[in-house]
Design a protein around this ligand. Structure first.
Ligand code: AMP
Ligand code: ZN
Ligand code: ZN
Length: 460
């Protein structure tokens, strides 16, 4: 009780400080931005001067290992919960829940709160710490999860421009003089995912054009933060949900060649197919298992642990996973797009990146990789918000932060190896010298000279 009152008072002080426009109490606000489908290697392949400027002032994680399945909704929910898909319950773009008998479709009905309530996203957890939060079109943000949304949100509308989304976000972060500004804000943008699907990630001409647009948006973001006085006062994370693989009309897996569609209900199609067998699951599995060299079939119980995808009611009895660049089709479905994602999350082509800047980050710092579930504990740490139980860890991300001492594994290993090398060299030298002493005549001859009778009286 006492603790509750104390917390209430502290939150009140923090809110009042912002209301009165006095110096900011507590940690810096945090802005999280996702550019959908930004594959890590786009950073090496295309110029991106504004993004490079941003992380030259802060830190870069060259590759993030995203979660399986490598789709937009599961991965965006993992970023704000720190959970794998099996734990947060948003397992795919199309789902069926065998308990409620409801269906979920990204391109249709997906706002029923029951789909989202297996986890609590950061925009709600931050409310519990007394903060305002503001979300522009992040998947799930328009859903009343546990009867709550962020303090401010924009319902999803793909026709709203980046400038409009950004303008709302900075307005919410600044507050209006009466209400304090949002401490946690997030913004979602559909590119380069849309162009990656349409042209394929290997199309340098098309991708360089869309990545120039994305980089211009980042330039706009930096100018807007500077114009509003937020630059340098807020922490900014720029990241993405997944990468993109090159596909082609030649790499097709036709389910109907192996099994008549009357035998199963199809929940999701490609590149991860979710199937409910109508009868004799073992026989259906056997047919699918031998269907195509470039497709792996799993009974639910045999889905590998590393995918973190088995332990949820919404994972269907059989799943099929296409190899990179392959598309699973059923008769009547559209021809494949030139780029797609959803594949095994260990594939480098599926990995996005993360750039960070702001008062909490070291300047010009780089690490090669991080798990995307580690971003949630990092964000909770930056905001001093107690994290919900999650699958991530702060251990590696600590190194990105100015206020943290961190022992980098390669450095520690290098130091240990160095010390061991020096010690063993000294030991070998020492042994070598000792070994050589009896045969070496000069020092002992001198000793013998020292042992002269003349010295004896002195010893007595
Ligand atoms: P996908 O590439 O199938 O994983 O999904 C990406 C697409 O999802 C984007 O191009 C958007 O059109 C769409 N999308 C993203 N966020 C939302 C949302 N909150 N509501 C509906 N559709 C969305
Ligand atoms: Zn996406
Ligand atoms: Zn996509």
């Amino acid at each position: 009780m006492f603790l509750k009152i104390l917390l209430g008072l502290l939150c009140g002080v923090r809110a009042l400080g912002a209301e009165n426009g006095t110096a900011q109490q507590g940690p810096p606000p945090l802005l999280l931005v996702s550019f959908d489908g930004f594959r890590a290697d786009y950073l090496r392949r295309f110029p991106m001067p504004n993004l490079k400027h941003l992380y030259s002032q802060g830190a870069l994680v060259e590759q993030l290992t995203n979660v399986f399945i490598t789709k937009t909704f599961p991965n965006h929910y993992s970023l704000v919960t720190g959970l794998y898909a099996e734990s947060h319950g948003i397992l795919a773009s199309n789902m069926y829940d065998p308990i409620s008998h409801k269906s979920f479709h990204v391109a249709g009905n997906h706002s029923d709160p029951s789909w989202w309530s297996e986890a609590r996203p950061l925009w709600l957890t931050a409310l519990d710490s007394g903060y305002k939060t503001a979300i522009a079109m992040w998947p799930g943000s328009e859903v009343a999860i546990g009867n709550r949304t962020a303090s401010h949100f924009l319902p999803y509308d793909s026709s709203v421009t980046f400038q409009q989304r950004l303008g709302n976000t900075t307005k919410w972060m600044l507050g209006d003089g009466k209400e304090p500004g949002a401490m946690f804000a997030a913004l979602y943008w559909e590119e380069p995912d849309r162009s990656g699907h349409q042209f394929g990630p290997d199309n340098d001409t098309a991708m360089s054009q869309v990545l120039k647009e994305v980089d211009d948006h980042i330039g706009l973001l930096i100018s807007e933060l500077k114009r509003t006085g937020l630059w340098g006062r807020v922490n900014v994370l720029i990241t993405s949900d997944h990468g993109m693989a090159q596909c082609s009309a030649e790499r097709l897996i036709k389910l109907d060649d192996c099994l008549h569609p009357d035998n199963y209900t199809l929940v999701d199609l490609s590149p991860v197919t979710a199937i409910i067998p109508i009868k004799d699951p073992e026989a259906i599995f056997a047919l699918l298992n031998n269907c195509h060299h470039n497709m792996t079939a799993y009974m639910k119980s045999a889905i590998p642990d590393r995918l973190h995808y088995r332990n949820n009611e919404r994972t269907q009895p059989i799943i099929l996973v296409a190899d990179e660049g392959w598309t699973i089709m059923q008769r009547g479905t559209k021809l494949p797009r030139l780029g797609d994602h959803g594949y095994d999350n260990s594939l480098p082509s599926m990995h996005p990146f993360m750039a960070a800047a702001g008062p909490s980050f070291r300047q010009g710092y780089r690490i090669s990789s991080l798990q995307s579930v580690d971003i949630y504990p990092l964000m909770c740490h930056l905001l001093s918000v107690p994290p919900q139980p999650n699958n991530g860890t702060l251990n590696q991300a600590r190194c990105l932060l100015v206020a943290e001492t961190c022992w980098e594994v390669p450095l520690v290993v290098g130091m240990v190896v160095g010390v061991l090398l020096v010690l063993s060299t000294v030991t070998v030298l020492f042994r070598f010298l000792r070994y050589r002493r009896p045969s070496g005549s000069r020092p002992f001859q001198r000793l013998q000279v020292d042992d002269d009778d003349d010295d004896d009286p002195l010893l007595e």
